[in-house]
Design a protein around this ligand. Structure first.
Ligand SMILES: Cc1cc2nc3c(=O)[nH]c(=O)nc-3n(C[C@H](O)[C@H](O)[C@H](O)COP(=O)(O)O)c2cc1C
Length: 366
């Protein structure tokens, strides 16, 4: 394997480049009998697609998904599901100057040294265009997890640049261009992003993803811990530089008497663990937060070198996201769904018959 497949029982193999004819993936191991349609998948893709507001890349990709196999009469058949998304809005001239140079902060330098071959039309597999197929595969996982276990996976932005975004309500997250859970902060975010674009710069972001109604017991105690697999899945999204589970780095300043979530017959008293103990889900909400770096492709002059090692000053023009974190929200939701469905199937396979007489306590005291 060359790192293009994830999962053990529910696997996703992705293929394609941003400037080829199409991108896609093969989803294998999906339980049969799940009702799924291209429209179900499209709904999720539409949340990630470019060109939806002035605050994201103006590339115009409809990201229309085609289901090529594995679904018959609207239901999964248990055989590999091939999903295809055709690329329709390539503009290779935007990338003309990166063919022989290396954008600071981007993957051009490492990609070139690794493969010794670069497609001058774009970023190849290091382009975040590839993440559309994760969202498509994640839509299948999300639907199964919801129908089988009532699991709800949702994400929202908690910070863009220096602007913190408080959590007010899930209801407004999909009705503003920033996946913000507080509409009051949207005008400030719009003004901030306009100023960033005007200064030909970009900013980082932080986002949070939550999975509700995950049963107790999913995960593994050693290498394939649920938190380890979630960190792996989030860190393999382009531009992610840090992942926290539960209290995350705030755990450093906590005492054991504060961090350890107390158990009561009515439920857990807190959730600093982020829903995972010993690599296994507790039945509480799974809470993941991540840091996303600022977009590397910016139109400001930056120092770099050419292929021969000569110093140059380069600007990157074209249609780039001024904050890649914004469109990462649906991707992070998809990645969490892909990890959870894989562990759901693994748990059923090994421990589906286990019975203990201790009652399951609610994830939180209501
Ligand atoms: C949704 C999304 C969109 C992105 N769009 C851009 C972009 O327009 N321009 C850019 O330079 N980087 C973009 N990136 C980030 C690059 O793909 C990423 O920085 C690059 O692959 C280098 O990898 P690394 O940052 O993970 O080290 C995007 C990332 C995501 C998640």
């Amino acid at each position: 394997m060359s790192g293009n497949t994830m999962g053990l029982l529910f696997t996703v193999t992705s293929f394609g480049e941003s400037h080829g004819p199409a991108i896609g993936c093969v989803v294998d191991g999906c339980p049969p009998g799940l009702a799924i349609s291209a429209e179900d998948i499209q709904q999720e893709l539409d949340r990630r697609k470019p060109g939806t507001s002035r605050h994201v890349t103006q590339r115009r990709e409809p990201d229309a998904v085609e289901i090529l196999s594995g679904v018959y009469e609207g239901k999964t058949t248990g055989t590999p599901i091939a999903l295809l998304i055709r690329n329709t809005d390539q503009r290779s001239k935007d990338y003309g100057n990166i063919a022989d140079t290396f954008r600071p902060g981007h993957a051009d330098y490492t990609y070139w040294h690794k493969y010794g071959v670069r497609d001058p039309r774009g970023g190849g597999r290091s382009s975040a265009r590839e993440t559309a197929v994760r969202v498509a595969a994640g839509a299948i996982a999300k639907k199964w997890l919801h129908e089988r276990y009532g699991i709800v996976i949702r994400g929202h932005m908690t910070q863009i640049g220096h602007v913190e975004i408080p959590f007010k309500s899930w209801d407004v997250v999909n009705s503003n261009p920033f996946f913000a859970a507080d509409e009051a902060v949207v005008p400030e975010l719009e003004a901030y992003m306009d100023s960033i674009r005007k200064s030909l710069d970009s900013v980082g972001a932080r986002l949070r993803v939550v999975a509700e109604n995950v049963p107790v017991g999913w995960g593994e105690p050693v290498f394939d811990r649920l938190d380890a697999d979630i960190a792996y899945a989030m860190m393999n999204i382009n531009a992610v530089k840090g992942v926290e589970i539960g209290a995350g780095f705030a755990s450093v300043a906590q005492r054991g008497s504060e961090h350890g979530d107390e158990l009561t017959p009515q439920g857990f008293a807190s959730n600093h663990a982020g829903g995972i103990l010993g690599g296994i889900s507790t039945g509480q909400d799974i809470e993941v937060s991540m840091a996303i770096k600022p977009t590397s492709s910016i139109a400001q002059p930056r120092r770099s070198i050419d292929r021969q090692g000569n110093p140059i000053v380069m600007e990157t023009h074209g249609r780039h996201d001024p904050c890649v974190g914004i469109r990462a929200t649906p991707i992070a939701e998809a990645m969490l769904a892909l990890v959870l469905i894989d562990h759901a199937l693994r748990h059923r396979a090994q421990c589906g018959d286990v019975v203990v007489d201790t009652p399951k306590i609610p994830g939180r005291i209501d």
